[in-house]
Design a protein. Structure first.
Length: 596
């Protein structure tokens, strides 16, 4: 904040000595109506349009039941500030939610169509499992509108929000919750008329600017900045038009006995089961043996401690957390390398564009102390398919030296999750294309894919590296954000030849706009190349894990980006202190309207 104040002071000081014009009569610092529009009219019109567009376009996710009004207002205020200074991040968040909601709707429609073709089934006898979900219902699920009671299998008996993957799993196994459309419509505060009025107001501003350009009247920097946010607001309206607005209370699914298996499975796979933020879920070290293979595997001797130095290929399940950062997910393995892209293999085409093939070596190890209890249970309960892996144990690797022991309820969850994993495997046998969605396969064994099924709260910004099971490469989303940023910079760069109170402000404006636009284009090309060429993915992993790169990004690039964005917004207002008189002339509308 101090740097911004100093920057503003420098601009005002330099401009006071350099803003003198050969023809001072052509410029003014303030203009009053009624002959033309006044300075106050211009400022109020732009600020009102800007605030209304950002405020009305924001559709935030459902808060927790413990949130207070002050907390919700502060969160909305932070997003308004973000929408003013970095609108492309808000657009990218809306784009990610749109992709996720559209994906969820398609998957539910596939499930419904499959059940209709299969006919009567005991598991699907409920009429609810044959109903299609609208995009509004899917948005409601994506925004955290469905919460579940966890019951006794979670120590603190808390309530958790279902993610899109959690709802998709329930649909896949014939347990789609009943969330009526009219209930969502009643909860939503969305008003189509209010949105239409804001759109008309914003459209009128665009028409005015276009008319000024056509009649060769000057356009202020404030109007150009407002137009950039108006265009972003239009994009938000298009992406979030069907998303419910201002939902305060989620739909609560009361605990029932059948839910225990789902709750245990969801909890073990999701980040909510991470202990001490060690990025290791309770499901991580559990390999899975399908029912048809258990009799054979029961006679196989225990291979704990047996060294194996053969390289194996691991295919992450679609949406697995491991695909976001494979090396942290698998562990600090010395022989880690990228073996290829799964999309290049026809047999793995269903795995999606963002799923890669990784080579990891087997290692000899001794299991962690808190997992020895599982090894003893496996001997007394051989019918369970989920077993502590005797070939690969994430907690036994050298970077996992400090973590809390698993709580007693972990045993209960393990027993419950076994039943659901068997049901999931059998369902995937009936629909083989979905095995890659839910299971990670390797010659190390078969592992349950760790998707984010439940969370304490669904974040408004899902990030740029994880889209869950959505079949969209995360680098494509990053490229969209970069292109939006470059478009924002390019729009402001178009005003480089406009009037500025001082030469310094002109060059600062050009530098900030050019930096935003050029960096956006370079990043978009880099992310697209990373998706297309594996060599760039190596570079991305190096940059992500390099201390120098992190320091340069956090200590140089981000501060420069923030200062540049803040300067663009401030300069849009400061430039009005010396503006051409023609700025306040209104377009001659009679040129466009036929008259006698």
């Amino acid at each position: 904040m101090l740097s911004l104040c100093l920057l503003t002071a420098i601009i005002l000081h330099v401009s006071s000595s350099t803003a003198a014009s050969p023809d001072a009569a052509e410029f003014t610092s303030w203009y009053n109506p009624p002959n033309f529009r006044g300075t106050w009219d211009l400022v109020v019109s732009c600020v009102l349009t800007l605030v209304l567009c950002v405020w009305s376009a924001l559709h935030l996710n459902v808060p927790t039941e413990h949130s207070k009004l002050r907390q919700r207002n502060l969160k909305r205020a932070r997003w308004i500030v973000l929408g003013i200074f970095a609108p492309e991040l808000v657009v990218s968040s809306a784009f990610a939610q749109f992709l996720t909601a559209s994906w969820l709707r398609r998957e539910i429609l596939k499930d419904v169509e499959y059940r209709r073709q299969e006919g009567t089934n005991a598991a699907w006898s409920n009429e609810q499992q044959l109903k299609e979900w609208t995009i509004a219902q899917c948005y409601y699920a994506v925004m955290g509108g469905i919460r579940i009671e966890t019951g006794d299998c979670i120590d603190d008996d808390r309530r958790l929000s279902l993610t899109a993957e959690g709802v998709r799993m329930l649909s896949f196994l014939g347990r789609l919750p009943h969330v009526p459309k009219n209930v969502i419509r009643d909860k939503s505060k969305a008003d189509g008329l209010a949105k239409t009025i804001v759109v008309l107001q914003a459209t009128w501003m665009i028409i005015q600017v276009l008319a000024r350009v056509q009649q060769k009247l000057p356009v202020t920097l404030l109007e150009i900045n407002t137009i950039g946010h108006v265009l972003c607001a239009f994009a938000l309206y298009a992406l979030w038009w069907s998303k419910p607005l201002e939902i305060k209370d989620a739909t609560l699914i009361r605990h029932e006995e059948w839910m225990d298996e789902f709750v245990a499975f969801f909890y073990m796979c999701s980040p909510v089961s991470w202990h001490n933020n060690d990025f290791i879920s309770e499901m991580r070290c559990m390999s899975y043996t399908p029912p048809s293979q258990r009799e054979t595997s029961a006679s196989t001797p225990n291979d704990v401690g047996r060294p194996v130095d053969k390289l194996d290929k691991t295919y992450f399940s679609i949406g697995s957390i491991g695909a976001k950062d494979p090396k942290k997910f698998i562990g600090p393995l010395d022989s880690f390398q990228v073996a290829g892209d799964a999309t290049e293999k026809s047999a793995d085409a269903a795995r999606g564009a963002h799923n890669a093939t990784y080579s990891i070596p087997k290692q000899s190890f001794q299991p962690a102390d808190e997992h020895k209890i599982f090894l003893s249970l496996q001997r007394t309960e051989p019918n369970y398919g989920l077993k502590h892996s005797t070939v690969y144990c994430r907690r036994a690797l050298r970077d996992c030296t400090h973590h809390e022991p698993l709580p007693p309820s972990a045993i209960t969850r393990w027993r419950l999750a076994n039943h659901l994993t068997d049901k999931l495997w059998l369902a995937c046998q009936q629909r083989p294309a979905y095995r890659a969605f839910f299971f990670t396969t390797s010659t190390l064994g078969t592992f349950v894919g760790e998707l984010i099924y439940v969370a304490d709260v669904i974040p408004n910004f899902p990030g740029l590296s994880y889209l869950g099971s959505v079949n969209v490469h995360h680098n494509r989303l990053k490229a969209v954000v970069a292109v939006a940023g470059s478009a924002y910079g390019g729009l402001h760069l178009s005003a480089w030849n406009d009037h500025f109170p001082s030469p310094l402000e002109r060059w600062l404006w050009i530098a900030c706009s050019l930096a935003t636009g050029a960096v956006g284009i370079l990043l978009a090309l880099f992310f697209l190349a990373t998706h297309r060429f594996p060599a760039f993915e190596h570079l991305e992993h190096f940059v992500r894990n390099s201390r120098v790169a992190r320091w340069f990004g956090l200590g140089v690039l981000i501060p420069v980006f923030l200062v540049g964005r803040v300067f663009i917004v401030l300069e849009a207002f400061l430039s009005l202190r010396s503006a051409p008189v023609d700025v306040y002339r209104t377009p001659e509308w009679s040129e466009y309207i036929p008259h006698l």
